[in-house]
Every structure is written in structure tokens, then in C-alpha cells.
Design a protein around this ligand. Structure first.
Ligand SMILES: *[C@@H]1O[C@H](CO)[C@@H](O)[C@H](O)[C@H]1NC(C)=O
Ligand SMILES: *[C@@H]1O[C@H](CO)[C@@H](O)[C@H](O)[C@H]1NC(C)=O
Ligand SMILES: *[C@@H]1O[C@H](CO)[C@@H](O)[C@H](O)[C@H]1NC(C)=O
Ligand SMILES: *[C@@H]1O[C@H](CO)[C@@H](O)[C@H](O)[C@H]1NC(C)=O
Ligand SMILES: *[C@@H]1O[C@H](CO)[C@@H](O)[C@H](O)[C@H]1NC(C)=O
Ligand SMILES: *[C@@H]1O[C@H](CO)[C@@H](O)[C@H](O)[C@H]1NC(C)=O
Length: 384
């Protein structure tokens, strides 16, 4: 009887204790990030950001977004880019600045001198053209890069080995494809990709051996709503010798304008199913929503969630829904969301066929100092 009273007392005390530091530590961290890769380039080009919630005061974009609930920054890194933008030093500067302001850093390796996505994965010009030497160079590059961040005093929280690698990386050698019928197919060509990815992963271990704290390793695939694609892809990877223990987090892109099948229902199904099959954290690592889609580009792409208008309010509404879907993933495995390039004032269409999906309104009336005025959607990550 004493024992039962004691247990009941403890249960009652725990239930009655308000949110304390101890409980915070039990709450897994939920990433609410923005991809701010282009920010330094824009600032160097004279762009400034003004906070409409503070009488149009000029502020660093990350301070405005930080007030809006951002707790993490995503940065893409290219190997030897023209002019250095998105190169190593560029990223060290940005990562240090954001880390000093308390943001977690997510490094997104493209393994390229320029853009890498499902339609293009150009290898760095200077890298070897045969598999074995290419894999060795890749491994060394990953290790050296992670060591450079550590030496600069930067702790990386997340590291993605490749960007949207649905069709592999480092083409043509690392090309892979699961759009093959009938499935399972023996011709999906995951063997080279597995060799290369394994080398990149070994580069992470090499860096850890050199004293770098282990970042969470992420694999990033687009179309996070397509369960067939994801099951085939990760199935093919593991069948080609990559154990499921090799990566820590699934990362998916999820956009409204690349096809009407990108519904919330399909995203939910995919995340829930993978959580049950793999028992691993998942994140939506790229998303955005147009504020303006007015037919400057024809035809206007329909939204996959047509009841959400293309508008500033729609940006917040879409993101709210994606956050709740991720947070409702079973076993607490939904781990975060990252909004893509909300501050890119001179490339507002973001590869979509809409005019503008960023979170600032661009004003070019003063050509020597173009301005981005914060929209209400900068507050999308504020706890409501
Ligand atoms: C955007 O501005 C930056 C900085 O001035 C410049 O380097 C870049 O070429 C511009 N990009 C576009 C798409 O206009
Ligand atoms: C801030 O700037 C915008 C755009 O120029 C303007 O519409 C608004 O009135 C300004 N707000 C304040 C408080 O000055
Ligand atoms: C796999 O590679 C072979 C040989 O390079 C090629 O003929 C085939 O088209 C590739 N299959 C796919 C699905 O890419
Ligand atoms: C989903 O992915 C599979 C496998 O890649 C592909 O065959 C299918 O066309 C995709 N579904 C849609 C609606 O695009
Ligand atoms: C603008 O962003 C898109 C990605 O959405 C990219 O493909 C394009 O190259 C960018 N434009 C410039 C000039 O950087
Ligand atoms: C335009 O921006 C420059 C650079 O900040 C500034 O010196 C100038 O006063 C601005 N012009 C106007 C008309 O606001």
C-alpha cells in the first residue's frame, strides 16, 4: 500500500510539474530551419532586409527569421564553384555567423561545382572519371570538409551526403534509377551509387576518427509524398550493401507545384510508412509555397493542395500543415522542416513556375540598395 501511494504521488508530481529544463531535455529537438545559402552573396551585392514588424528597421535576415521561430540553418556546399559562392570558405563564414547566433547548422553536400538535383548531378570538373579513384576523392573531400568546419569551431548538426539523389549522384558513374518496370528490377544500377555513397559515408567516419563530433547523416530524396519511389529507392540502396545503420535521418523535398499528387495525405502516408519500416527520424528538408503566382509564367501550375491560395497567408498555412504532419509521425520520428531560400530577393521564382515563393517583398526602387521587406510569413515557425 505504501508503495502504491508512493508511485501515485510520484505520478501526480510529474504530471503537475510545469515544463522544466529537465522535461525540455526529454523533448527531442524539432528543426525549424531556413535554407539561407544565398544570403552572403546577396548581402555582398548590396541587398538589405527590413523588418516590417519593427518600423522597417534594417536587420540581418537571420535575425528577422529567428524572431519568426527559426532554430536551424541549411547551407549548400559546392566543391569548386566559379567565384567561390557556395564554396568552402563561403560556407565557413556563414555557418560561423549562424552558429554564433545559436542556430543549428545543416550542411547540404552537392558533390558538384554547381547545382545538383534529380535532373542533373554534374561531378566536380577536377575529380577522377573512373569509379575507384572517384570514390577515394569523394571520401577524402568529405573528411577534409568536415575537419575544416571543426577546425573553424563549427559543430555541424546534420550533414546530407548528396542533394536530391533520386537519380544518384556524380553522373554518369553514379547514375541510378528506380523508375523501372516491372519492379524489382535488376537494372536499377544502384551498384555504383552504393559504392560512391559508401565512400562519402566513410569520409564522415574518417572525420570522426580525426576528432570531429558525429553529425547526423542524412539522405535526401525529392518527392517525399511518393511512397513507391521512397520504398524502391531505399530498398535498392540497402540491397546494394548499404546497411540501414549507415544513415541517421531521411530527408525529403515536398513542393506544391511539381505535380498534383504532392498532397498532404500522400506525404502523411509516406512518412508514417517509412517510420514504421525503418524506425528512423524523418524531415521535410525542402519546401516552400508561392506568395505570388499570377500568370507571368504560363500556365500557372496548380497547387497540390488547391484550397490553400497562392498568397502570403497561404505560405504560413501550407507550412503549418506540413509541420503538423511531420509532428504526427509515429514514435516521435518526425524531426523537422526546412524552408527553401526564403531570402533570395533576386531569384524569387525558385525553380518553380511561379513568380515568388520567398518570405520578403523585393523593392528595387533604389537600385544601389535593393530591399526585402519582411512579410507576415517570416513568422511561420513561431510557436502558436
Ligand atoms: C543576385 O544578386 C547577386 C548579388 O548582387 C548576384 O551575384 C547574382 O548574380 C544575382 N542573381 C540573380 C539571379 O539575379
Ligand atoms: C515599411 O515599408 C513599407 C514598404 O515601403 C511601407 O508600405 C510601410 O508603410 C513602411 N512601414 C513603416 C512603419 O514605415
Ligand atoms: C543501367 O546501366 C546500363 C549499362 O550502363 C544501361 O544500359 C541501362 O540503361 C541502365 N539502366 C537504367 C535504369 O538506368
Ligand atoms: C512515384 O514513384 C514511382 C517510382 O519512381 C514512379 O514510377 C511513379 O510514376 C511516381 N508517381 C507519380 C504520381 O509520379
Ligand atoms: C535561381 O534558382 C534556381 C533554383 O531554383 C536555379 O536553378 C537558378 O540557377 C538560380 N539562378 C541563378 C542565376 O542563380
Ligand atoms: C539608396 O541607397 C543608398 C545606399 O544605401 C543610399 O545612400 C541612398 O540614400 C538611397 N537613396 C534613396 C533615394 O533612398
Amino acid at each position: 500500500m505504501y508503495l502504491w501511494s508512493f508511485i501515485l504521488l510520484v505520478v501526480a508530481l510529474v504530471a503537475a510539474t510545469p515544463q522544466s529544463a529537465g522535461q525540455d531535455m526529454l523533448q527531442p529537438f524539432f528543426y525549424k530551419g531556413h535554407d539561407l545559402s544565398s544570403l552572403k552573396m546577396l548581402e555582398e551585392g548590396g541587398y538589405v532586409y527590413k523588418d516590417t514588424a519593427r518600423n522597417n528597421q534594417t536587420r540581418a535576415a537571420e535575425d528577422i527569421l529567428g524572431d519568426g521561430g527559426m532554430n536551424s540553418v541549411r547551407l549548400r556546399i559546392w566543391v569548386n564553384p566559379v567565384g567561390g559562392t557556395y564554396g568552402l570558405q563561403y560556407n565557413l563564414d556563414l555557418a560561423k555567423r549562424f552558429q554564433d547566433k545559436g542556430y543549428k547548422i545543416y550542411l547540404d553536400f552537392h558533390f558538384s561545382d554547381s547545382w545538383a538535383d534529380p535532373n542533373k548531378q554534374p561531378p566536380p570538373a577536377a575529380w577522377p572519371k573512373t569509379l575507384g579513384p572517384l570514390a577515394l576523392t569523394l571520401r577524402q573531400y568529405v573528411k577534409d570538409t568536415l575537419v575544416s568546419f571543426h577546425d573553424a569551431g563549427i559543430d555541424l548538426s546534420l550533414v546530407a551526403l548528396g542533394n536530391e539523389i533520386r537519380h544518384g549522384m556524380l553522373w554518369p558513374l553514379g547514375y541510378a534509377d528506380v523508375d523501372v518496370e516491372p519492379w524489382p528490377a535488376t537494372v536499377a544500377n544502384f551498384s555504383n551509387l552504393a559504392t560512391l555513397w559508401k565512400a562519402a559515408r566513410a569520409g564522415v567516419d574518417d572525420a570522426i576518427f580525426m576528432g570531429v563530433p558525429k553529425p547526423a547523416v542524412l539522405i535526401h530524396i525529392d518527392d517525399g509524398w511518393n511512397l513507391t519511389l521512397q520504398q524502391r529507392w531505399f530498398g535498392a540502396l540497402t540491397e546494394n550493401g548499404i546497411p540501414t545503420t549507415a544513415w541517421d535521418v531521411f530527408g525529403f523535398s515536398f513542393y506544391p507545384f511539381y505535380g498534383t499528387a504532392a498532397t498532404f495525405d500522400n506525404l502523411r502516408t509516406t512518412l508514417h510508412t517509412l517510420a514504421k519500416e525503418y524506425g528512423k527520424p524523418l524531415q521535410v528538408v525542402e519546401t516552400d509555397y508561392p506568395a505570388i503566382c499570377n500568370g507571368e509564367f504560363e500556365p500557372i501550375p496548380p497547387s497540390s493542395e488547391p484550397e490553400i491560395p497562392y498568397s502570403i497567408a497561404g505560405q504560413t498555412s501550407w507550412t503549418d500543415d506540413v509541420i503538423s504532419i511531420v509532428q504526427q509521425v509515429p514514435y516521435g520520428l518526425g524531426q523537422g522542416i526546412h524552408y527553401w531560400e526564403p531570402a533570395w530577393l533576386n531569384n524569387t521564382s525558385l525553380g518553380s513556375d511561379c513568380n515568388d515563393a520567398i518570405l520578403f517583398t523585393a523593392d528595387y526602387s533604389n537600385l544601389t540598395e535593393p530591399v526585402g521587406y519582411s512579410r507576415s510569413s517570416v513568422g511561420m515557425f513561431r510557436v502558436k
